[in-house]
Design a binder for this molecule. Structure first.
Ligand SMILES: *Cc1c(COP(=O)(O)O)cnc(C)c1O
Length: 465
């Protein structure tokens, strides 16, 4: 299978090439030239498979010969062996036809482990085969950094530099990154905010001449296709557990960069009967405004209690727009230019098409705290702030009470003790046993000025040649 850019300005690329880079050279994102499609009978025949077996069925057509079946199976098995729940992604019922899909049983307690455990293994396998080494560079405001570090700490062919804004990430989030003592992992605390970190990474991808010969930068945020691919699996998994594909299922997804919910859209296009996909946003509600009133205009970013959803321009939205605009790369290039300048207007056709499947809802901090408290009272179940927003959106947007509605639980509540206590929970939610000593572990990170020369010099000095 070949992959093309959403802006139509470059040659089709192989699976391997696509996972070993960042954006396409024309600034777009890579998508498969053609999506695989599964019949209802085929999907039905997967009932009863383990999570890993199901993942193998769904990923195989995307990888398309780049990796022999036995090796792909091994990569998948290794990736999910680190999860601490027998079901990998268990479903919990919180009401009539209302379910929570717990995606936080991986090493760093957020759904990002689903993709990044796999991506780490996939990169090392591919690099070993090609006899190549790469440099991963990424910016994080929280969950991505730790999940990426856990995914790549054992990679022999990867050196990794993760930038976080100095003194602006939570203690749990920072310690999850800085207590990993692997020689190939480097945490840089930049004296600046998250945008400064992200700009530093963007500029570095644009001019990689500071790297030693033969090295290239690889992105591990959700522009990397392999991350999206791995996330498609749990939509099939949840559906098969709830009577699919005979029965339709709906999903509500706490949304930031639009990666997670885009995987749900792909599952739908690949043949999984999904009735409704709910885009749940916090007060940074640009996607909700866009879907509900065609208002995709940027506003100053507000800090919320659900920080992983504090995003202005969601990069993966471009992948959806590409389909909504009949895969017209020029149209997408134009739209993205508008979006960057502050305002993008969707065509009526695109909006009508999007609204057939997608609904959206905005839930601010106050609403979120109320849901955490309500659900804790009614179900004796503690939600994290992101999941709480998802559940509220699910309840508000449901079109059909007979269709199971699944909210994706994107993080464990122990990652966000302050929000949970604000909702009335009497003490810090307990960290799972494997992280209980997090606050006693030794930390290692380097504070650097928000200065490109300084960052590049540090990286060049710490990449073994
Ligand atoms: C990353 C993250 C999100 C947002 O996911 P996207 O794929 O960026 O939409 C939501 N919740 C949590 C806890 C996250 O870590």
């Amino acid at each position: 299978m070949k992959y093309i850019s959403t802006r139509g300005g470059c040659e089709p690329k192989s699976f391997e090439d696509v996972i070993l880079t960042g954006l396409a050279p024309d600034g777009g994102l890579f998508v498969p030239e053609e999506l695989p499609h599964f019949s209802k009978d085929e999907i039905a025949s997967w009932a009863g498979l383990s999570y890993e077996e199901l993942a193998l069925k769904i990923m195989t057509p995307f990888v398309d010969g780049a990796i022999p079946q036995d090796d792909l199976k091994q990569l998948i098995d290794t990736s999910y062996a680190t999860f601490r729940h027998g079901a990998i992604a268990p479903l919990i019922q919180t009401g009539h036809n209302e379910w929570i899909l717990e995606l936080f049983h991986g090493p760093t307690l957020a759904f990002k482990d689903f993709a990044l455990q796999f991506l780490g293994n996939l990169l090392d396998y591919t690099l070993e085969k090609r006899n190549q080494k790469v440099v991963i560079m990424g910016a994080t405001s929280g969950d991505t950094g730790s999940a990426a570090i856990e995914g790549c700490r054992q990679c022999k062919n990867v050196d990794m530099f993760i930038l976080h804004p100095h003194k602006r990430v939570s203690d749990v989030q920072r310690r999850q990154m800085t207590t990993v003592m692997a020689d190939n992992i480097h945490n840089l605390a930049l004296e600046g905010n998250f945008d400064d970190c992200q700009n530093m990474v963007k500029d570095s991808f644009a001019d990689q001449s500071f790297l030693p010969d033969g090295r290239q930068l690889v992105a591990v945020n959700s522009i990397n296709w392999a991350r999206i691919m791995a996330q498609i699996v749990y939509y099939f998994w949840a559906s098969l557990s709830l009577g699919g594909p005979e029965r339709k299922v709906s999903f509500s997804v706490p949304t930031g960069n639009f990666g997670d919910i885009f995987a749900g859209y792909l599952a739908h296009k690949m043949g999984l009967p999904i009735e409704q996909l709910v885009i749940a946003t916090n007060q940074n509600d640009i996607l909700h405004r866009c879907i509900s009133e065609n208002d995709h205009s940027t506003r100053p970013l507000e800090q919320s209690l659900a920080p992983s959803m504090d995003i202005m321009i969601s990069s993966n939205f471009e992948r959806l727009l590409f389909d909504l605009y009949s895969r017209d790369g020029n149209a997408i290039a134009g739209l993205m230019k508008d979006a960057k300048a502050g305002h993008m207007n969707l065509s009526d056709t695109a909006l009508v098409e999007a609204r057939k499947l997608f609904s959206s809802y905005r839930c601010d901090d106050q609403g979120m705290l109320k849901i955490i408290s309500d659900v804790n009272r009614d179900c004796d179940y503690l939600l994290d702030p992101h999941t709480a927003i998802g559940l509220e959106a699910a309840r508000q947007c449901r079109r059909n009470l007979e269709t199971p509605m699944v909210t994706l639980a994107t993080a464990h509540p122990a990652k966000f003790p302050d929000a949970v206590k604000k909702a009335g929970y009497p003490h810090d939610p307990e960290l799972p046993p494997h992280m209980a000593d997090l606050f006693e572990r030794e930390e290692r990170f380097t504070v650097l000025a928000n200065d490109k020369e300084a960052v590049h010099q540090f990286m060049a000095d710490h990449i073994p040649t």
